[in-house]
Design a protein around this ligand. Sequence first.
Ligand code: NAI
Ligand code: MG
Length: 352
Amino acid sequence: MNTYEIASIPGDGIGKEVVPEAIRVLNALAEAHGGIGFTFKEFPWSCEYYLEHGQMMPDDGLKTLRNFESVFLGAVGNPNIVADHISLWGLLINIRRGFEQVLNIRPAKKFNGIKSKLADAENFDLIVVRENSEGEYSEVGGRIYNGPDQIAIQNAIFSRKGIERAMKEAFKLAGARRQLVTSATKSNGIFHSMPFWDEVFRDMSAEYPDIQTEEQHIDALAAFFVTNPQRFDVIVASNLFGDILTDIGAAIMGSVGIAPAANINMNGKYPSMFEPVHGSAPDIVGKETANPIGQIWTAKMMLDHFGETEAATVLMHAIETVIEEGIVTPDIGGNSKTGEVTDHIIDKLQKV
Ligand code: NAI
Ligand code: MG
């Protein structure tokens, strides 16, 4: 029996509504399948915690989390009581950086039963591997002068190590899928970093002769995500390019409420963290309309990460079936409540 100890951080807003639903699903999966088990320890770190303690998590928070197999997070943010940059950096980014979660992995696919916002969305099924630790999101740079002479300089950081580990993961994923890796570049416009990115991509491609590769400039690639997403398998992108592409990925699926994500630690020193793409959705809190599928699909990614491929596949199938049957929340065109969607997914798991 493989038992996994998981730290759960529901966070704020609908995070507190969807995390318990996903935990219900994981426990039901363990019961239906045997061979796996989960223990969850919940941490109340959130904006309310901040009001009480003056910080989003305790000083030794990372030390506490380090002992767990993984971190399962809902969403962070309640702009009515704590400014977003405080809550985000104090918890989420603190964990991502502290635990060296250098990759952000975000799949997107077409589901039968959801009307995509695309006029003519055929089947698509893609994964974006986003470099999560450097690139355009750096604190290096500064400002000088005032008034009309003001200047800001923002430096982007690209290391061979950082690029290689993202690309390696992309090739690994493609090997188990449709054998195609697309590199998001912009080496026609960005003079130093992107030609370097291309060079590393070509070096890496040579190590995977069985995988087909292509390089696409980010502007054209973003347009293809909208007009022709079915042509992609795995896309590897820098921090900024990946951030933008994955929001398009969520949009073409039909709702940010179903989009999952994983923050992966690759050196084995710290746990990885699993959290859906969506935020705390203050506008729908308490209405029981939060879509639990983003959080539940995120749990499926956690199972994949543990190597529990069979359980992960069973769970994905249950999600797809329930969507196809139209048991869905209003954001994707249904009128079911959060808990009903979960109940139906659990029902499918028990019937497998
Ligand atoms: P958001 O993702 O919370 O909401 C955007 C829109 O999508 C809203 O209309 C919301 O109702 C809807 N939505 C989101 N998740 C849904 C779900 N599961 N089911 C149904 N509808 C859903 O983004 P927003 O409004 O920009 O940010 C709200 C708060 O969340 C802010 O404090 C922000 O900083 C935080 N945030 C946190 C993130 C995280 O923890 N990873 C990511 C994005 C935002
Ligand atoms: Mg984003």
